[in-house]
Write a protein that binds this ligand. Structure first.
Ligand code: BG6
Ligand code: MG
Length: 211
């Protein structure tokens, strides 16, 4: 029985994809590194440093560890500028309806995100105190597709992994949920999930999966 729903943040609760894209693009352009939307798609669910390694596949020279740290910091600075503009209106269609319905019916809700910016984003969109647990890039050492972020969310909630449903927009996130022994719901075409929805606007998680 599903007792908790673990939501990915970027691309499921709020659309920060374009902010990540613009920040990486700005940094890549400055460095003369080719970067496009297709490469950006591969960064979904992947940690900041692992994302940088993917961006640097197109670099014409190698970067040392110190330089890489500086590039990641620079991208994050650009990203922070962009997410400082986020408001509750940026919560994706259907997300609030689903979150409220789950809560009303006694289902626990948590965030499971690779992002270290999760606390800032939750504050911007007015959900800093909404979730029963928040597991993010600040409390994990292994990024999706490793299940660590979701397993630690389940632990915070005191719910066994088999009683959790993971909602994800990234292939790596679905893989992480499955590796953790959880049920999975994909949005936006993420592959390999038990259930799929185009997005959360026309999908009632409680009625369709839990009840
Ligand atoms: C994930 C995004 O949620 O967070 C990735 O899907 C991103 O694209 C990752 O790289 C890490 O984010 P941050 O905010 O810690 O740089
Ligand atoms: Mg995502």
């Amino acid at each position: 029985m599903i007792k908790a729903v673990l939501f990915d943040l970027d691309g499921v609760i709020v659309s920060t994809d374009h902010c990540h894209y613009r920040a990486w693009k700005r940094m890549a352009d400055e460095e003369g590194i080719y970067f496009d939307e297709k490469i950006n798609d591969r960064l979904r669910g992947v940690s900041r440093m692992a994302s940088l390694d993917i961006v640097l596949e197109r670099a014409t020279r190698t970067y040392g560890d110190d330089e890489k740290k500086k590039l990641a910091d620079r991208k994050n600075g650009y990203y922070r500028e962009l997410i400082s503009e986020l408001t509750p209106a940026d919560v994706l269609p259907g997300a609030m309806e689903n979150l409220n319905k789950l809560k009303r019916n006694g289902v626990l809700v948590a965030v499971g995100s690779s992002s270290k910016n999760t606390p800032i984003i939750l504050k911007q969109i007015g959900l800093a105190d909404f979730f029963d647990a928040v597991s993010d890039g600040n409390n994990i050492t292994r990024s999706k597709p490793d299940p660590e972020v979701f397993l630690s969310a389940a632990k915070m909630l005191g719910v066994s992994p088999a009683d959790c449903l993971v909602v994800e927009d990234a292939d790596a996130g679905i893989e992480a949920g499955r590796a953790g022994g959880m049920k999975t719901l994909s949005v936006k075409g993420a592959k390999g999930a038990d259930y799929a929805a185009a997005d959360l606007s026309a999908f009632d998680i409680y009625e369709r999966i839990i009840r």
